[in-house]
Design a protein around this ligand. Structure first.
Ligand code: AMP
Ligand code: ZN
Ligand code: FE
Ligand code: FE
Length: 281
């Protein structure tokens, strides 16, 4: 069984529609794929229809923008009740922050002499409810200012670069209990990737487990073999579920092909039983 638990569609900043993403997952030989758009569950219904048609399993999820010790941390949530009011309220607040950030980023870029408009960004965001820096990057690519998203981030959109604007993210210690109360399972995405870095050490992960954290994403392209080995040993110490996934964004991120990393079936079953959905149950 091949299981990929972290992907993005055009409901956030991936380039495939949710249906196309699921069909590509089936074509790539995956049996289980989780759709985990940033701060959004709006792709679930279309993805579920495609999964039913393709005969693979969809795990409905999302990747929530949180903060921990002044750093950005991405929290994967699987199988929450999408109507749970505190979850809906948090996502509304994050999405409002995203929407408000776009004009500020456009203004910052205009101040540097770049003739980008809010409409340019809106056009790239298309059906996404989670407007973000990748859509600004796509507009800059279309204008011929940079070659691709990677260059856009390095030159203009990363923290410290001229187009960077901060936005609201929910404290991680608030989000884990909300997600858990929503019937969901909380897994920290790429804990030692680009932004989380050193704040998520073993004592921190132990304290987050007390709040309901179920697992950590170990096999991710942002993690070196040494990081993966160390994270695997921490997960064993703390009895956390270990996941592996692609973090696929369609054409939006290179070297993140579907199934490039996968999750062990036993670990997947642990997640399902924590969500109260054991296989076949
Ligand atoms: P935002 O949430 O709007 O601040 O944008 C962050 C998103 O940009 C994350 O989903 C990343 O996957 C994506 N991202 C960050 N750096 C890069 C990069 N160098 N190339 C492509 N996508 C990136
Ligand atoms: Zn993304
Ligand atoms: Fe992420
Ligand atoms: Fe992601």
């Amino acid at each position: 069984m091949r299981i990929d638990l972290h992907t993005h569609s055009s409901a956030s900043d991936g380039t495939d529609t949710p249906g196309d993403l699921v069909r590509e997952a089936a074509a790539a030989g995956l049996d289980v794929v989780a759709l985990t758009d940033h701060d959004a569950m709006s792709g679930w219904a279309e993805a579920q229809r495609a999964a039913d048609e393709a005969g693979i399993t969809l795990v409905p999820g999302l990747e929530i923008s949180t903060t921990f010790r002044h750093r950005g941390v991405h929290l994967l949530g699987y199988l929450p009740d999408p109507a749970y009011p505190p979850l809906v309220a948090v996502l509304d607040r994050i999405l409002a922050g995203r929407t408000a950030r776009t004009p500020a980023m456009v203004a910052a870029l205009q101040a540097r002499g770049i003739a980008i408009t809010e409409d340019d960004v809106r056009r790239e965001a298309g059906g996404s409810v989670a407007a973000g820096r990748p859509h600004v990057a796509d507009a800059l690519v279309r204008m011929g200012i940079v070659a691709d998203r990677t260059e856009a981030f390095h030159v203009l959109l990363n923290p410290g670069r001229p187009g960077y604007v901060d936005r609201y993210a929910v404290p991680l210690e608030e989000m884990i209990p909300i997600l858990t109360a929503a019937g969901g399972v909380a897994v920290i995405a790429h804990p030692w990737g680009r932004s989380g870095g050193s704040v998520l050490d073993e004592p921190a992960l132990a304290s987050l487990k007390e709040l309901g954290l179920a697992g950590i994403e170990v096999d991710h392209q942002d993690h070196s073999p040494a990081f993966r080995a160390r994270l695997r040993s921490i997960a064993a110490d703390l009895d956390l579920v270990v996941t592996g996934s692609s973090d696929h964004h369609g054409l939006g991120k290179v070297d993140h092909d579907l199934g490039v990393n996968t999750t062990d079936p036993e670990q997947y079953e642990r997640l399902l039983s924590l969500a109260g959905r054991p296989l076949g149950g």
